[in-house]
Design a protein around this ligand. Structure first.
Ligand SMILES: C[S@@+](CC[C@H](N)C(=O)[O-])C[C@H]1O[C@@H](n2cnc3c(N)ncnc32)[C@H](O)[C@@H]1O
Length: 354
């Protein structure tokens, strides 16, 4: 187990490397200003768990960003991107020090929960899978997502896409997803249906985020790094769609929920179970139980009511994600694409129609 200090240094270096120099700077300053005189300092420096898997530094970064977004620390907000003193490093140091003192209790509250994201750019990867199911089965879709967070990817058909040069989706959508594409565009069939015939959608999560509430939207935003302006713009556009929808994510464990939902699946549509960046968080027992439930649903599938298992999860070396699709009847399981975890690039395989 590494120390809290090593963890902050490691995370700061990672933030700098993957496009958030501001968060890197914030973490470096927090580390410098922390002491055991203040309660929040003790809570961080004497963290009882393992800081790396607990993502301790990201809990702190999310807590600080949350103070900015809620308007509870105008001093800190001035130092953040968009603020009047942004770019003034001396002021940022003072503002963080002030927040650790004045807003310490709020920051301690933020330490209690792990960072939670809902990366809507993953829809730019998943969409190729959903469209493949449509093209291959010709059936309307009934969507089930486990580990849905706020449900932004369950609303994938409300966005606009450029998938390797093929435009698809709602022309009026504020959210446009255009991942850097390699390989052919996904085989969408002779006339891809727009809008997609999604007849039902449902999702579950251990800790669902209610995007109909301002607090829920703020929470999701707080875990996006404050200088990642494009990402914030994307999530705002997607959260507007979610807020206007009637989608409510069920608070439930994936195993029980999926068994319940599959027992009620429609007999005139393709049921698509999907998940992204969830499998790695499941216990061995949950993975085994889910695999059994999925296999059973596959056995029960028919041409009128096919069953698809679409997942965007870490590849064997955890260097990138793989998009895989298993489709029943038949149970053919194939790799559709490799992709960036954050949906920035897609390397499409191009043999999805077999
Ligand atoms: C890294 S997030 C990914 C969220 C979303 N799928 C996405 O791609 O943006 C993983 C999510 O899985 C949820 N989760 C983890 N284990 C779960 C379980 N056993 N049942 C339900 N949700 C779970 C977490 O609460 C979290 O929201």
């Amino acid at each position: 187990m590494i120390s809290v200090r090593q963890h902050f240094e490691e995370q700061a270096a990672q933030c700098a490397a993957i496009g958030s120099p501001f968060t890197a700077r914030v973490l470096t300053i927090v580390l410098d200003r922390l002491d055991r005189d203040r309660s929040v300092g003790r809570a961080i420096l004497d963290w009882p768990g393992d800081p790396r898997p607990d993502a301790l530094s990201l809990r702190v970064a999310g807590g600080l960003h949350g103070l900015v977004l809620s308007g509870d620390s105008p001093i800190l907000a001035a130092a953040y991107p968009g603020g009047a003193r942004f770019g003034d490093d001396g002021y940022l140091r003072e503002a963080i020090d002030h927040a650790l003192g004045e807003n310490g209790a709020r920051l301690e509250e933020a330490l209690a929960s792990p960072p939670q994201t809902n990366e809507v750019a993953r829809s730019g990867v998943l969409a190729g899978g959903f469209l493949t199911v449509l093209a291959v089965t010709g059936r309307p879709l009934s969507l089930l997502e486990i580990g849905a967070s706020g449900g932004l990817n369950l609303l994938w058909d409300h966005y606009r896409y450029d998938l390797g040069g093929v435009a698809w989706g709602r022309a009026e959508a504020k959210l446009h997803l255009k991942p850097t594409w390699q390989g052919p565009p996904p085989g969408l069939g002779p006339a891809p249906v727009e809008p997609a015939p999604v007849i039902a959608r449902a999702g579950c999560d251990h800790s669902p985020i209610d995007l109909h509430s301002a607090a829920g939207r703020r929470r999701l935003r707080s875990y996006i790094w404050a200088d990642q302006v494009d990402r914030l713009g994307r999530i705002d556009a997607a959260m507007d769609v979610a807020a206007q929808s009637d989608l409510v994510i069920d608070k439930a464990d994936a195993v029980d929920w999926l068994a319940r939902k599959l027992a009620q699946r429609p007999d005139d549509a393709a049921t698509v179970l999907f998940h992204s960046v969830v499998w790695q968080y499941l216990t061995g027992a949950s993975k085994a139980a889910l695999s059994k439930i999925i296999g059973q649903a596959g056995q029960e599938a028919s041409a009128e009511a096919p069953f698809a298992w679409l997942r965007m999860e870490a590849d064997a070396r955890a260097e990138a994600a793989e998009l895989r699709l298993a489709l029943w009847p038949g149970g053919d399981d194939r790799l559709l694409a490799r992709a960036c975890y954050h949906g920035r690039w897609v390397d499409w395989c191009g043999d999805e129609r077999g």
